[in-house]
Design a protein around this ligand. Structure first.
Ligand code: UDP
Ligand code: MG
Length: 311
């Protein structure tokens, strides 16, 4: 019997976890040809998520959990779940019921047809706030433009990965993994399913603005060095401009009497160049920071307790 793992990162989702777990158990009841394990990753929740998971595990040992020592973020929770998954394939989804569990049978069908990655694309969604829609669309556009991988809009972490793909991902030595970009980069036989997300069942979004921003910066810097080149191009453009302006100033000095002490132009150019320098230093710093963190080989997550064995 093939084993299917379902990996679900959850951060303060006490009300959603039992609902999703029950729904998944129902779905797998209609798929008797498969064995399954649910793997919830409690990302350092401060609510009762862990207690809820412990109770669920006692009632049904197919429902398992890993619990972090603190909040390490959604991407790291996902990475951990994929690492512990024992299945012949693993399906990742959110804990808040936005990713319709009803799609799972079609994921598995496509997998059986030989696709190694079955990923999803979110269709335009009126349930989402204007802000979320706009920032999300901007996020994918910017990453697509700036990074070296093609990232389709609305392809979040709701997908099925075959064991072969899991092995590749689990063996990556890269800290702070941006899994969406990695899926676009990794190749394999991929199939896309479109879906309309449902409303979040309970609670509010756990992706704060700062977490979204961090994800965006990771997405860009993990897959591209283009921002570093932007710094170089701006430097060249400004140098050319500065050279022409300097020639003009020298000519004015020698051939006219109109050398007015122009503090405006000095101020503007100092401010402009100062700003650009700080910005490019910031870009370089971002990459240097990533190198620094990687060089320390710190783990991306720390598991405090779990109901499953170490792989
Ligand atoms: N999540 C997590 N750690 C975090 C933030 C979010 O594990 O630090 C989980 C969250 O519980 C949910 C999934 O990641 O299962 C997606 O988060 P959310 O639904 O809040 O994001 P949104 O759908 O609003 O983009
Ligand atoms: Mg959500």
């Amino acid at each position: 019997m093939k084993l299917i793992s379902v990996v679900i990162p959850a951060f303060n989702e006490e009300e959603n976890i039992p609902v999703l777990a029950a729904r998944l158990v129902d779905i797998f009841a209609t798929l008797p040809a498969y064995d399954y394990e649910l793997l919830f990753v409690d990302d350092g929740s401060s609510d009762k998520s862990l207690e809820v998971l412990q109770t669920l595990h006692q009632e049904n040992n197919k429902i398992n959990y890993l619990s972090f020592s603190r909040n390490f973020g959604h991407q790291n929770a996902l990475k951990c779940g994929l690492y512990y998954a024992k299945g012949d394939c693993a399906i990742s989804m959110d804990a808040d019921m936005q990713h319709p569990p009803a799609l799972l049978p079609s994921f598995i069908e496509k997998w059986e047809e030989g696709y190694e990655i079955v990923y999803t694309q979110r269709e335009a969604d009126k349930n989402l706030s204007f802000f979320k829609n706009k920032t999300s669309s901007l996020f994918y556009k910017i990453i697509d433009k700036l990074s070296d991988v093609t990232l389709e809009e609305g392809t979040a972490d709701f997908r099925l990965l075959d064991k072969k793909v899991l092995n590749v991902i689990n063996n990556l030595k890269e800290n702070d993994l941006f899994i969406r970009g990695m899926i676009a980069w990794i190749g394999f036989k991929q199939f896309k399913i479109k879906y309309t997300p449902d409303k979040r069942f309970a609670g509010t979004t756990k992706y704060s603005f700062s977490k979204m921003l961090k994800l965006a910066v990771t997405g860009i810097t993990a897959f591209s060095i283009k921002p570093l080149k932007v710094a170089l191009l701006m430097g060249i453009a400004i140098s050319i401009f500065a050279f022409i302006y300097a020639m003009y100033a020298v000519a004015m000095y020698f051939f006219t009497d109109e050398t007015v002490p122009g503090w405006t132009s000095v101020l503007v150019s100092v401010l402009l160049i100062g700003g650009l320098q700080l910005m490019t230093l910031g870009i370089i710093g971002e990459y240097l920071g990533r190198l620094f963190m990687q060089a320390k080989y710190r783990p991306d997550f720390i598991v405090r307790e779990s109901s499953v064995d170490k792989p």
